[in-house]
Write a protein that binds this ligand. Structure first.
Ligand SMILES: Nc1nc2c(ncn2[C@@H]2O[C@H](COP(=O)(O)OP(=O)(O)O)[C@@H](O)[C@H]2O)c(=O)[nH]1
Ligand SMILES: [Mg+2]
Length: 253
């Protein structure tokens, strides 16, 4: 038995994460220089990430210039859904980057070359459908937002704690299905706030439009706060992630 196998494997993983963090910092720097706020949406396959993006982009205030990077293992189907909305969209097919189940910072860095960052206020990244690995890889984003659809069950925040512990905001999706599902929303919220006590939670339905006003408000407030911070001279000008505070109205106890 090769006793060195274990430690060697750990070293490899550490190296990958460190290399990822370096590129993530470069991305963060580029975002700061361009003055673009970046939101990474993560969630299981089918959680409703693309549907939320479609509903969001079609309702965004006209003065907000947005673009989307979509990550998938295969196909450009999500990009094809977003493109008709008239925003720039770049599809990353992760198979060709060797990291199939999540996006890594270097793939995002390459995708940035396809965008005119200076012309943007807001960049959405739709991560690959997965509630585990995307939470481990910094992309240089300002906010990471997990989406959880009601049909996934109320235990997911405690079963996938990293995704929810590191969340800046959580979006519950498919609220229109609530009457048809045996789900206890109080238990779901309790589980969420057990792993991340102060995180905001917005309940939405891309189908009916419920909750989208709150989400668009969150985006508007977060963008202005970020722009104010960038305008304030400080050693960390424009590079400090804006962390969503527990906002009145976004947290439905
Ligand atoms: N009932 C309902 N279905 C939804 C909602 N949002 C998305 N869906 C459906 O859920 C499926 C997966 O949505 P999609 O946006 O592709 O999820 P993604 O894989 O996370 O990007 C599709 O069939 C959508 O039509 C919603 O708010 N309500
Ligand atoms: Mg999608």
């Amino acid at each position: 038995m090769d006793r060195a196998t274990g430690p060697q494997q750990i070293k490899v993983v550490t190296r990958i994460l460190r290399a990822n963090d370096q590129v993530a910092n470069e991305n963060r720097q580029r975002f700061a220089e361009a003055g673009v706020y970046v939101i990474d949406l993560i969630g299981s396959p089918g959680a409703g990430k693309t549907a939320l993006l479609e509903a969001t982009i079609s309702r965004l205030a006209p003065e907000i210039s947005a673009a989307v990077i979509v990550g998938d293992i295969a196909t450009t189907s999500d990009a094809q859904r977003i493109a008709p909305l008239g925003v720039p969209v770049v599809q990353i097919i992760t198979e060709s980057f060797g990291g199939a189940c999540h996006l890594e910072a270097h793939a995002v860095k390459e995708a940035l070359n396809q965008l005119d960052l200076e012309a943007l206020d807001l960049l959405f990244i739709e991560n690959v459908g997965n509630l585990v690995c995307p939470a481990e890889f910094d992309l240089g984003q300002h906010a990471r937002i997990p989406l959880l659809s009601l049909a996934e069950g109320e235990d997911k925040p405690i079963k996938y704690p990293l995704a929810f512990r590191t969340a800046d905001l959580v979006i519950l999706t498919k609220m229109d299905l609530c009457p048809h599902l045996p789900i206890d929303l109080d238990v779901l919220r309790k589980n969420l706030w057990q792993v991340n006590p102060h995180v905001g939670c917005i309940e939405t339905s891309a189908q009916t439009g419920a909750g989208l006003e709150k989400w668009l408000d969150w985006i508007g407030r977060t963008l202005s706060r970020s722009q104010d911070q960038a305008a304030t001279p400080s050693p960390t000008k424009g590079t400090t992630p804006v962390v969503a505070q527990h906002q009145e109205g976004s947290h439905s106890h």
